[in-house]
Ligand binder design. Sequence first.
Ligand code: NDP
Length: 482
Amino acid sequence: MKTILNYMNGELTPPAGGRYLDNEDPSTGKVYSRCPDSGAEDIERAVAAAEAAFPAWSNTSAEMRGRVMSRIADLIEANLDPLAEAECIDNGKPITLARKVDIPRAAANFRFFAGAIQHAASEAHMTDGLALNYTQRRPRGVAGLISPWNLPLYLLTWKVAPAIATGNTAVAKPSEVTPMTAFLLSQLCTEAGLPPGVLNVVHGRGPAAGAALVAHPRVPTISFTGGTVTGAAIASTCAPMFKRLSLELGGKNPNVIFADADLDQAVATSMRSSFANQGQICLCGSRILVERPAFEPFVARLVEGASKLSAGDPLDPATEHGALVSRPHMEKVLACIEVARREGGEILCGGRRVQPPGQRCAGGYFIAPTVITGLGPSCRTNQEEIFGPVVTVAPFDDEQEAVASANETRYGLSATVWTRDLARAHRVAGAIQSGTVWVNCWLLRDLRVPFGGMKHSGLGREGGEDSMRFFTEPKNVCIGMR
Ligand code: NDP
């Protein structure tokens, strides 16, 4: 059985307490590796290593930092197949998705920030000929980076890349549920020549290793992606310590389809935005709202597509629908489907655990793509994040009703709008309360744009300039001129 190790000061290190957690392949339900069950002592050692590396790394030229990061990107690309396989086994996602999306985007994160830091500018302002003000931006020290299990390598590197590009050093705590790609990344960092201590990876449980990192007095910056409840707990630790905090949290995203939309495109893309990664993407559109004249044809086609999307072995390149990440998560999603039934929802397809053909995945955690109708916007099913292959569909009569339903949730991460009416597209995009609105597309990302959520979906924005600002401290220098 493979043993994952922490990465500290450039070395692969066992956890101080010698304890490990079992790591399951969710497509088989079998344990295939073990991962450190680290605690406060490991976090202390990692922070010490990151602190020791900070003076040299923060004084390394942007060009040199960028070069090392570009080498990491090259190595991720060169190791596409083993990384994709590792993510597939760890997470249950189809290997084709890992190959096409997760791993290339992880490389892109390093490449993007390796370049962006070369072009970073700072502001200068003249004050009526009396003074010159300019802004120095300095790295803040050790950054604590906590990431979830759904896109493990992509979301980890989305934080690591801007943190180290701007001259910080980092301690990362990936999800214990999917630790393998972070472990492989730590080996690639050594191979790329990243100096020891610049990135440290501590594996373990959130309430132990994660909480110790958040509470560490010498970690002034915390970037967290995960659930809203965890985000609230982290915020309450960070607030009295005056830490800088970024929270990328949950979503309950509306997918609003007007009757004038290109229905072929809307159906094809809604299949992805509903069920990609088994619905375990924070940006999935889990509440589909369709203008009444298009409701029946849209729902018929969506249900037809969802019924054909059968679960398969995630290691098979032909598979489009894989396993959920763990047994507890599968049970949570099945319980949410039961709630929908109790609330009077009609299950149009799916709604149950399934098994892909063949023996290998007989014990895996698969749920059929599920479409539910007959529920109003305020019921639990339409209010709580399910984070699985489950969507609701409901009709609406006019634009006002669509916007009101779209906004009737405490979340505000993303939304999708389908229409050919340009003016309406702008109006509705402006009126929906969410950090991102996609019009006639979904999941297209430009790493320069601010990414994050409104309301309970988060705090702050990451991406491009926003990430580089987040990880640096601005200082105004005012030079008198008279
Ligand atoms: P969790 O909040 O359970 O966990 C996220 C990370 O936080 C994990 O590494 C976890 O460790 C750690 N953690 C858990 N408890 C604590 C704690 N008390 N202190 C510090 N760290 C802690 O989320 P999931 O992993 O279940 O991820 C799914 C959630 O993430 C969904 O709500 C989804 O919407 C959201 N998400 C948001 C995104 C966005 O950009 N807005 C993107 C992707 C996902 P461990 O797992 O080891 O316990």
